[in-house]
Design a protein around this ligand. Structure first.
Ligand SMILES: Cc1cc2nc3c(=O)[nH]c(=O)nc-3n(C[C@H](O)[C@H](O)[C@H](O)COP(=O)(O)O)c2cc1C
Length: 143
C-alpha cells in the first residue's frame, strides 16, 4: 500500500479544506494517508512517504506563513527529497499566485519531483475546487 503524507498550514481553514479533499482522493485510490497540521509534522513524515502534498496559503506579501511553514519547508532541503513526488497546494485571495510559483520553483531546486504545478484556489474552495483536490490526491497515488 502506498504511503501518502499531506502536511498543511491554514489560518482560517481554507487550505485545510483542500488538504482534507486531497487526503480523501488519495484514500479513495487505496493509499494509506497521513494528514497532518504542520505543527504536528516532522520532516521524517515527508521522507518516509511515497509521495507528499504540502499546503500553505499565501501570507505576508506572497510568501509562506513564516512561523511554522517557512521553517518546515526550509528543513526539507535534504538529499532525501531528491526524486520525491511532491505536489503543492494552497488558498489565496488578491494576488496572482506568485507565492505558489516561487514555492514550486524552490521545491524543484531542492530536488523534488513535482507531480503537477501547485494547485491554487481563491479563498474557500467550492465543489469544483474540492474535486480538483481529490484528483490531485489520486494522482499522488498513481505516481
Ligand atoms: C496576514 C495575511 C496575509 C495575506 N497575504 C496574501 C497575499 O500576499 N496574497 C494573496 O493572494 N492573499 C493573501 N492573503 C489572503 C489569504 O491567502 C486567503 O485569505 C486564504 O484564503 C487564507 O487561507 P487559509 O484559511 O488556509 O489560511 C493574506 C491573508 C492574511 C491574513
Amino acid at each position: 500500500m502506498k504511503k501518502i503524507t499531506v502536511i498543511y498550514w491554514s489560518g482560517t481553514g481554507n487550505t485545510e479544506m483542500m488538504a482534507e479533499a486531497i487526503a480523501e482522493g488519495a484514500k479513495s485510490n487505496g493509499a494509506e494517508v497521513n494528514l497532518l497540521n504542520v505543527a504536528n509534522a516532522t520532516k521524517e513524515d515527508v521522507f518516509n512517504a511515497d509521495a507528499v502534498a504540502l499546503g500553505c496559503s499565501s501570507m505576508g506579501a506572497e510568501v509562506l506563513e513564516e512561523e511554522e511553514m517557512e521553517p518546515f519547508v526550509e528543513s526539507l532541503m535534504d538529499e532525501r527529497l531528491k526524486g520525491k513526488p511532491v505536489a503543492l497546494f494552497g488558498s489565496y485571495d488578491w494576488g496572482d499566485g506568485e507565492w505558489m510559483r516561487d514555492w514550486d520553483g524552490r521545491m524543484k531546486e531542492y530536488g523534488a519531483d513535482l507531480v503537477r504545478e501547485g494547485l491554487i484556489i481563491q479563498l474557500t474552495p467550492e465543489d469544483e475546487g474540492l474535486e480538483e483536490c481529490r484528483q490531485l490526491g489520486k494522482k499522488l497515488v498513481e505516481g
